[in-house]
Ligand binder design. Structure first.
Ligand SMILES: Nc1ncnc2c1ncn2[C@@H]1O[C@H](COP(=O)(O)OP(=O)(O)OP(=O)(O)O)[C@@H](O)[C@H]1O
Length: 603
């Protein structure tokens, strides 16, 4: 986790920036998401102009009321009030449409942005994703996109309204009385300079507080994700402490920032009302000397408050835009990251029907994140179509890595992997993955029905196919015991399945996918004898006529394979059949078997 420092944030790792031109350019790219809704957006802009115009007419009308009272108007008080009401009603209608139309645009474009970001995240290469925390990526889709929503539904409208209020307001003021306007403007530079100064400091603090809060969320999320581990270690108090420590930093920062915000607001109020008091004083003199009417003074003061409010609102707006720029930079960083596959490709690529002849030729590999540490150091083997091999070896020897390369999660550094004689790199990523099914150690079930979970292997399968796959995976044995059968909800909000049951669901998925190459990453945890037997029968069924690579932990599977490769420190230390290897004196495999046998006996 990034270290945070003391309150002054002198060396904060969170970069605090002024709005840069580059950042703004990135933010402007967001408007391409508005393009599909440009008609609605333009309509919203028209209503925005209208509602701003009506609100700007308001001080003028109040002035007219005063004119009537002063006996200097040709209209009656009722006429002017009626007109005022009509304007108010129009303003209400315009505001309604402005808000509604902008919300349509912002909600719909947010939907598009979220979909794009989500699609991009899940199509990014594993190498990119593993550098990021899950919490960080989800906050891209949630908080960063929400920040943009503010831009479209609120900030654009506010920016326009405030700029229009400033320009039109000042123009009207000059028209009403240039002397009084110049007097009023004399107070402005002070306000602007001070708000610039305070505003910048406050933005820095609020950005820090925001980042701290995000870090707190990551902590909460991580804890919740592995809540069972926390409980098992009875480390609740540690987690609570971790969370509250970071939260109290957020509070400290926010309170510190609040002092400045409070101070700034007091200053603005003083300066604003001081300015108004000054204008009233000077204006009263002008009215007395007959230079302007009383009504004009009223109008003038109202416009001055409007303008004052606009100026003080600018600081907030700046902060909003700044946050938006930050969010868009983070979003475009993901959106512009090259994906490994496109969604269309993954959906439409037909599985290139390979026969399943897999060859590893002198594969060398190190993980990009630890490029100095060779993990595979010259792995070579050949598996004929339909043959079965097992990879065995101590933990960390490189077995899973061998598989990850076949799935093209990473690119190997040298050597070549061939499938049916053709280099792996010449296949499309989706194409190759469609030919491989993985039955992992830890089977992940999605929240949904058993049917949906099996369908994951082949989304286009018919219910009959799903049923058949479940039957062949020996999953019907337990599915039929549930009242809702295939429609039983599993996952977070449904029933929890046992390890053996989950494995049989995974096997059913693989049967449905029906690939030529199968990868079995055996669960290390042992199942009870009954489950073990059923899982084994299901696996035997699954392995028929498929090239199979087993990361083996259980003797039952290993005995049946054609060839066993013992991996040690990224190299093949021994190879042969179970028979051959177990007879080798002092052989690694023979030792492993002995070890497993002893462990099994001691249990
Ligand atoms: N994503 C990764 N980034 C960096 N190093 C990794 C990564 N995954 C694994 N390693 C390292 O690569 C080496 C081989 O790991 P691998 O997972 O292939 O071993 P394994 O034989 O499958 O072990 P196990 O039986 O425990 O699953 C280990 O030293 C591990 O720390």
């Amino acid at each position: 986790m990034a270290e945070t420092d003391n309150k002054t944030g002198a060396k904060s790792p969170f970069v605090i920036k002024k709005i840069s031109w580059d950042g703004l350019k990135i933010t402007l790219k967001l408007f391409r998401y508005i393009l599909p809704y440009k008609g609605v957006f333009i309509a919203g802009m028209i209503f925005l102009v209208l509602s701003t115009a009506t609100s700007l007419a308001f001080p003028k009308l109040i002035g007219s009321v005063v004119e009537v009272m002063d006996g200097k108007s040709k209209y009656t008080i009722n006429q002017v009030t009626l007109f005022l009401f009509v304007i108010l009603i129009f303003q209400a209608i315009f505001s309604f449409f402005r808000i509604y139309l902008f919300t349509i645009v912002s909600e719909k474009s947010m939907l598009d942005i979220r979909t794009d970001v989500f699609s991009r995240i899940i199509t990014l290469p594993v190498t990119y994703l593993e550098q990021k925390r899950v919490g960080e990526l989800t906050s891209r889709i949630t908080s960063d996109v929400s920040q943009l929503q503010g831009l479209l539904s609120f900030t654009v409208a506010e920016l326009f309204r405030q700029i229009a209020t400033l320009i039109v307001g000042i123009a009207i003021l000059f028209y009403t009385s240039w002397k009084l306007t110049l007097f009023m403007l004399a107070t402005f530079p002070l306000l602007v300079v001070a708000s610039g100064f305070f505003g910048r400091y406050m933005r820095r603090l609020s950005k820090k507080a925001q980042d701290e809060l995000a870090a707190a969320n990551v902590v909460a999320e991580e804890t919740l994700q592995s809540v069972n581990v926390v409980k098992a270690f009875t480390n609740e108090h540690l987690e609570i402490k971790r969370y509250t420590t970071i939260l109290s930093r957020v509070v400290d920062l926010s309170l510190y920032a609040a002092k400045f915000r409070g101070g700034f607001t007091s200053f603005v109020i003083l300066a604003l009302f001081g300015g108004i008091a000054g204008v009233v004083w000077y204006g009263a003199g002008l009215v007395q000397s007959g230079e302007i009417h009383l009504a004009d003074l009223f109008t003038f003061i109202l416009y001055t408050t409007f303008i004052g409010a606009s100026i003080s609102g600018m600081g907030d707006l700046y902060a909003q835009i700044n946050k938006t720029v930050g969010s868009s930079e983070r979003l475009f960083e993901i959106l512009e990251e090259p994906a490994e596959i496109t969604i269309e490709e993954s959906a439409s690529v037909p599985a290139s029907m390979v026969t399943g002849h897999v060859t590893y030729q002198d594969i060398h590999f190190s993980y990009p994140s630890r490029s100095d540490l060779p993990v595979l150091r010259g792995i070579s083997f050949d598996i004929k179509a339909g043959e079965k091999i097992a990879l065995v070896g101590y933990s960390g020897a490189g077995k899973s890595t061998i598989i990850q390369l076949l799935l093209r999660f990473y690119n190997y550094n040298s050597g070549q992997i061939l499938v049916d004689g053709k280099p792996l790199t010449e296949y499309g990523i989706s194409e190759i993955r469609k030919n491989i099914a993985v039955v992992p150690q830890e089977v992940m079930l999605f929240g949904g029905t058993i049917q949906e979970n099996i369908l994951y292997g082949k989304p286009s399968a018919t219910p009959v196919e799903v049923y058949d796959a479940a039957k062949r995976a020996h999953a019907l044995e337990f599915i039929d015991t549930f009242p809702e059968k295939m429609d039983t909800i599993v996952g977070e909000r449904g029933i929890k399945l046992s390890g053996g049951q989950r494995q049989r669901i995974a096997i059913a998925r693989a049967i449905l996918k029906d690939p030529k190459i199968l990868i079995l990453d055996e669960a290390t945890s042992s199942l009870d004898a009954e489950s073990e037997k059923l899982v084994q029968i299901a696996l035997d069924e699954l392995m028929k006529n498929r090239t199979t690579i087993v990361i083996a932990h259980r003797l039952a599977t290993i005995r049946k394979v054609d060839q066993i490769y013992v991996i040690r420190e990224g190299q093949i230390a021994e190879s042969g059949t179970h028979q051959q290897l177990s007879l080798m004196d002092n052989g690694l495999y023979a030792n492993l078997i002995k070890l497993q046998f002893e462990t099994a006996e001691s249990l």
